[in-house]
Design a protein around this ligand. Structure first.
Ligand SMILES: Cc1cc2nc3c(=O)[nH]c(=O)nc-3n(C[C@H](O)[C@H](O)[C@H](O)COP(=O)(O)O)c2cc1C
Length: 214
């Protein structure tokens, strides 16, 4: 698979098989991701990988918090409002899911709450004193990680729902206080029997987001 093919093939996996991911594969993916560009080669990413018993405890603690209706506390605030163009594209996501996946689309919330049944989640942190510019680097790292996962035959999804309760993540993985939690990326083998994974999101018309001059 060449790079363009990989970019076109990647899409979010929202239901994983329970099969664990081999440690060598996780290492290969994380090493490749660290080739991402960053401002002044600052490499702001610090990855905490949860699997096995640790991830089971994290999932249970999240489910308990959902049941108790505890307010989420992500360390990068959830946007209070979106511009109209983003709202319209978000609607495309909701409508596209319902149209393509039918009944399976209804599992969206439950799968999010169950961390997509993923056998592994990479939680990406960065130093709290870094500026928002470093989130740009984290984004490049995340996309590199997901493309490397594809190469290893793995599905992936970046999701804020994975990082809603950082206190749990800090406790379970001894995340130092100087680090801020940015995003979680779930990884694993794709549950192809689950219709929600058949959904491929649309993109805005090219001309709407790209402007050539000269
Ligand atoms: C920062 C970020 C946060 C996201 N959070 C969630 C999430 O909490 N739940 C979810 O189901 N998808 C989440 N996604 C996945 C997006 O919905 C998805 O990337 C988008 O709809 C485009 O679809 P694709 O990844 O399949 O191409 C997130 C993506 C990003 C980049």
């Amino acid at each position: 698979m060449n790079v363009i093919e990989a970019l076109n093939a990647r899409h979010s996996t929202r239901a994983f098989l329970a099969d664990p991911v081999e440690k060598e594969k996780l290492i290969a993916v994380l090493e490749a991701a660290a080739r991402a560009p960053s401002w002044a080669n600052s490499q702001p990413w610090e990855a905490f990988v949860a699997a096995g018993e640790t991830l089971r405890r994290i999932k249970k603690a999240y489910l308990d918090k959902y049941a108790a209706k505890e307010a989420p506390a992500p360390e990068t605030p959830i946007p209070a409002a979106w511009p109209q163009a983003s709202k319209d594209r978000r609607k495309l996501l909701d409508e596209g899911l319902a149209r393509t996946c039918g009944e399976a689309a209804k599992q969206f919330g439950a799968l999010n709450r169950n961390m997509f049944n993923a056998p592994a989640v990479v939680f990406v942190c960065m130093d709290k004193t870094l500026s928002p510019w470093s989130l740009y680097d984290i984004g490049a790292y995340a996309q590199s990680l997901m493309l490397a996962a594809l190469e290893q035959g793995l599905g992936a999804i970046p999701a804020i729902t994975l990082a809603l309760y950082p206190d749990v993540l800090r406790r379970e993985m001894n995340i130092p206080d100087n680090l801020k939690m940015t995003i979680g990326i779930a990884l694993g083998y794709i549950d192809k029997a689950n219709g929600i994974n058949g959904f491929v999101s649309e993109r805005a018309p090219f001309e709407e987001t790209t402007h050539f001059f000269g």
